[in-house]
Design a protein around this ligand. Structure first.
Ligand SMILES: [Cu+2]
Length: 147
């Protein structure tokens, strides 16, 4: 009897894992001239994001400003940096919060984007960095999408 219960709970656990894997979605962002579309993307934890039409573009979560490198990611999240022209895909984004990224060659033209995974845990943290220029525009877009 005890064995039977263990077996059933194991099977239930496996089916829960399986259904969450099946339900995870990939979301596509398209590079268009000097913009990512959509610029703000909301996804569920565990979903992935991929970029298309990336010829001449990159997606990169490392920002360089005030002489240092900065990441605008939720605590514990891992960022990414694609190769030039690569139609990059993230691993499943499991840490909830706001992820900012940019295209380095076109960052001067404001080519960046926002991915919001589940609950936007880190909006206050990002706003507290007093973002300027194109970064400020990204943060405003994120805040607006959350209203
Ligand atoms: Cu670009």
């Amino acid at each position: 009897m005890k064995y039977g219960k263990t077996l059933i709970s194991t099977l239930l656990g496996a089916s829960v894992l399986l259904s969450s894997a099946v339900m995870a979605e990939n979301h596509v962002i398209t590079a268009a001239v000097t913009a990512f579309k959509p610029m703000v993307l909301k996804i569920a934890p565990g979903d992935t994001v991929s970029w298309e039409n990336m010829n001449g573009h990159i997606t990169n979560t490392t920002f360089t400003d005030n002489g240092g490198e900065h990441h605008y990611l939720p605590e514990g999240a891992v960022g990414w940096s694609s190769q030039m022209g690569e139609n990059f895909q993230t691993p499943p984004l499991t840490v909830e919060g706001i992820y900012l990224y940019k295209c380095d060659p076109h960052w001067g033209a404001g080519m960046g984007g926002v991915i919001i995974v589940g609950t936007p845990t880190n909006l206050d943290d990002i706003e507290a960095t007093d973002p300027k220029g194109a970064l400020k525009r990204l943060v405003k877009k994120a805040a607006k999408a959350l209203k």
